[in-house]
Write a protein that binds this ligand. Sequence first.
Ligand code: C2E
Ligand code: CA
Ligand code: CA
Length: 615
Amino acid sequence: MVRPETDQSRRILVIDDNPAIHEDFRKTLVGKAPADKTLLDMESELFGARGPEPDAGNFHVDCVPQGRDGVEAAARAKADGRPYALAFVDGRMPPGMDGIQTIKELWRACPDIQAVLCTAYADYSWQEIQSALGVSDNLVILKKPFDTVEVLQLAHALTRKWELDREIQGRLHKLAYFDTLTDLPNRTLFLDRLEHLLKLSKRYGRMGALLFLDLDNFKRVNDSLGHGVGDELLKIASRRMSDCLRSADTVARLDQPDMAARLGGDEFAVILADVERPETAANVALRLADHLAKPIDIGTHQVIVTSSIGITLFPQDGDDVATLLKNADLAMYNAKQNGPSRFLFYQEDMNVAVQKRMALEHHLGRAIANNEFTLHYQPQINLATGRLVGMEALLRWSNPELGQVSPLEFISIAEENGLIISIGEWVLRTACTQVKIWMDQELPLPRIGVNISLPQLVHAGFARTVDAVLAETGLPPHRLELEITESMLMSDPEGVARTLHELKGRGIQVAVDDFGTGYSSLGRLRDLPIDCLKIDRCFVTGISLGQRDESILNAVIAMAAGMDLRVVAEGVETPGQADFLRTSHCPEVQGYLFSRPLTVSQAEAFLREQCRIIG
Ligand code: C2E
Ligand code: CA
Ligand code: CA
């Protein structure tokens, strides 16, 4: 009964026990004259004397006599990838299922098929139909006898509706399961697939591999060259990964192809459905790493991104998806410690320190949202007058699981993984807000020092962020002093200098932190817009221990005076150290001797006390 194709996308199924009606539908919808004279005669039964319209549609029509045949044909066509868009279903088809039952079954096999129930007036009431089939916009009822035009219009409208429905479904599916930037499968689809393959591998004793892949220096590129370049880079990396898998030598069966997915940010995963030996996974990892590390030209930039890859084999490395992922992540983490473009297989004894650091990173990522950060404020004192000249804001992190974590421990991690950008912005905003509150309470603080990390300073939006925070909080720019370490001055001379000049132009002050430890040249210091040197604690500690530190201190203080820079000696703990600094005419000090870093309320009390003294 099946005729050759006319239009792939507009396939119609007619289910009717009367063969004459099959021909009528064909004439109407395909536009071919019936071969048989008797059929011509029978046509008047349905369409009256006029016969079908001459401009019949260009549909592909298949006809079957019974509901059961129709459901089978529809299911088969769907499985073959040539689904029917529309079915015309006769109401009564003895001895088989009636129209309603047939449509019910059709929808079970092909939920999106459009159905036209062709009934004589007395067949069913509307209520009957609704209670049997539910309310659906995939159903139209056509009363017999029908008009050719009616049939044609329904065919056009409903097949088009079916196409549009599918298009929308396709788009929704894509949105739900694919990453919009790279077109790779997203985390959801990836987890589905992994779950499925893990089950299969347990059941059939096959081995699969999960590769967890992280781009090593992506965040640096993203921060320094901007998100446009970063996005482009992710797209190229994704394409390279897919290409790599296509040419991979795994023996993946066609029904379970290998898959690369983007899990988020610069994290990717590759699932190899079927690996015979671990070496196969290692080969793929090697090829991925090689391929990814080739230079990429983006606009005027050439960048090289390397990757670190952790490999887990399943089912042996994890009984469930979460464990597998965790172990692959751990292996990747270890690989990263070994340098760029490395891969490592997961091993049970992968070290505890790494696990601890991973936990720290995990919690750090949520610390702002969970309100786990606070700022403490450490007073800076004019040594000659004993008066408060400023405070330094120092970040404190208290996590329910990890307890108090020192900034010495977590700042470097935040710098590596890029979190420092948002953390640093939080610090800046919180400090400026606090100082403005104190100003408004007539507790003026001349200056607030805020520590800035290198990734912040070279970040494209840094000056804008500072502007925004100042505008938002209403803090006058000259009250803000950004502390940048001496080593930062040397790391990216061009970019750093530009940003510093920009900030300076707004009246913001700049202090060089940990001065004396970073080997900056005098020439460099002279060229940069700097207001203050903070002499590193190690020199202060050296006072009275050795002649050398004392000479360095004296030299730095004299030099700063000559260059018209302020000086703060850090980490002053003993009266002896303070005496020495006073004799050396060191203008300002900071350290436990004068005050430890204070909580907000302690700092406020300190400020009140100052106001009282000054009167
Ligand atoms: P830093 O900028 O050199 O800050 C001074 C550090 O010395 C602080 O440690 C402070 O508590 C400590 N200190 C002050 N006086 C004394 C003293 O008399 N004796 C001794 N032994 N130590 C003293 P803290 O708060 O643990 O901060 C350590 C480092 O963490 C800071 O060194 C800074 O590099 C970094 N850090 C802290 N807060 C932030 C922040 O908000 N952003 C960034 N990027 N880094 C921060
Ligand atoms: Ca500092
Ligand atoms: Ca310091």
